[in-house]
Design a protein around this ligand. Structure first.
Ligand code: HSE
Length: 416
């Protein structure tokens, strides 16, 4: 496809994002892009677009040679997989926002891109309006990239903000996030942390060349947070956020996980509120950089899709530089985390869970322990996120065996 090529789009899905994309393309002429046909699941639904635009026949888009771009914006990851792979095999460029599909099928999708040479772009799949994928892909050298930490799910951030600032209960805040169009069709993906871990999986590939199964990454969402945790946060002036981390350790391997975290007011993520996402990138020479923007919703997500469409006009493809042109990093297992753990007083805490206990308190109902835990204990078991147990990362989550904030190799290596 060249800059002169007009983008003739076959769109799958006309939900919040699909309709926003349609509306934007109606008024935008500079992009030279038009939606030829939209494939939807339910033809009975009333939609704000001409009836003749819609079809339920996927093949009428996939087999139409005049359609050179497929934009996939549906919520069913299995159906999306078929659409995306068929389109790539037919030589069409594909734009997707489907983080579940991409994270769960990354190895196959990488192979298919190599085999077909077709462009497969998905900036909208991570942090919606924040251009984090292309930045990681193009700008940051693997050796210099120390860490990425971010609020990457808008719905959970919206819920936590509404609970902390407006006193809403969890169910009402979730309902509001759904009504605003931020949540997944299955909101369990948001609140249990799966959506965030899928996004982290994608970021790991572009930041460090790590291709991993998202189900193997340590993850906990916000469903286990207890009132005691909120009280602790309030007493100490902390915010609770769901934070994804990828951080190069001393040995060069990368620690990666998603956990709720207490943040101090000096953290750049502290003031990321509502459906906004925030990503802090630390590189050895530049130190911290902070990206902040809307992480969910129709137009913010459509803005990333539009940016991908625009990139297709100059034949942009991800090169997966960290994977193919340098030594990919490995995931780290041997490191410790500084955590807060609250649990019902009737539950037993395995004696060897904490390597080091700094504080232990109980109010007769709930016990709280603060200390350091080996990451492998979180990786190899799940009891710590079951039965009312709540584990929250502390602000200085990376800690060494002596209880000191852990340092990384990257900065030292870059500066010598
Ligand atoms: N449900 C997702 C979120 C949508 O809340 O972040 C954007 O990926």
């Amino acid at each position: 496809m060249s800059i002169q090529t007009k983008l003739n789009i076959g769109l799958f899905g006309f939900g919040v994002v699909g309709e926003s994309l349609w509306q934007v393309l109606q008024s935008n002429t500079s992009l030279q892009a038009q939606i030829k046909k939209v494939c939807i699941k339910n033809p009975e639904k009333t939609r704000n677009a001409p009836q003749e635009l819609f079809t339920t026949d996927a093949n009428s888009l996939l087999c139409d040679d005049s359609i050179n771009v497929i934009v996939e914006l549906i919520d069913d990851a299995d159906a999306a997989y078929k659409i995306v792979t068929t389109a790539l095999l037919k030589g069409k460029s594909v734009v997707s926002a489907n983080k579940k599909l991409i994270a769960e099928h990354l190895p196959e999708l990488l192979a298919l891109q190599q085999e077909t040479g077709a462009s497969f772009l998905y900036e909208a799949a991570c942090c919606a309006s924040i251009p984090v994928i292309r930045n990681l892909e193009e700008y940051y050298d693997n050796d210099l990239l120390q860490s990425i930490s971010g609020i990457v799910n808008g719905s959970t951030n919206y819920i936590l903000t509404k609970i902390a600032e407006d006193g809403l209960d969890f169910a009402t805040a979730l309902k509001q996030a759904q009504l605003e169009g931020f949540a997944e069709s299955n909101p369990a993906l948001d609140i249990e942390g799966t959506d965030a871990i899928n996004k982290l999986t994608i970021l790991l590939a572009h930041a460090y060349g790590i291709v991993t199964d998202p189900k193997k990454l340590v993850c906990n969402g916000i469903t286990n947070l207890h009132e005691q945790d909120a009280r602790y946060a309030k007493e100490k002036g902390l915010a609770i956020k769901l934070v994804a981390h990828a951080r190069k350790q001393e040995d060069g391997n990368v620690a990666a996980f998603v956990l709720p975290q207490f943040l101090k007011s000096d953290s750049r993520l502290f003031n990321v509120r509502n459906e906004y996402n925030g990503v802090v990138i630390e590189s050895a020479l530049a130190d911290q950089q902070f990206f902040n923007g809307k992480g969910a919703g129709g137009f913010p997500t459509a803005s990333a899709v539009i940016s991908d469409l625009s990139a297709l006009r100059y034949n942009y493809r991800y090169e997966y530089k960290k994977l193919y042109y340098s030594q990919p990093q490995q995931l780290a297992d041997e490191f410790s985390l500084h955590v807060y753990f609250s649990f019902d007083v009737d539950s037993a805490l395995p004696a060897d869970f904490f390597d080091n206990r700094e504080e232990w308190a109980s109010n007769g109902e709930r016990s709280v322990v603060i200390g350091s835990v080996s990451f492998s204990k979180l990786k190899d078991t799940t009891w710590w996120k079951e039965n009312g147990n709540s584990l929250v990362a502390l602000p200085d989550v990376f800690i060494d065996k002596n209880g000191k904030p852990a340092s990384t190799k990257a900065r030292k290596a870059a500066l010598v």
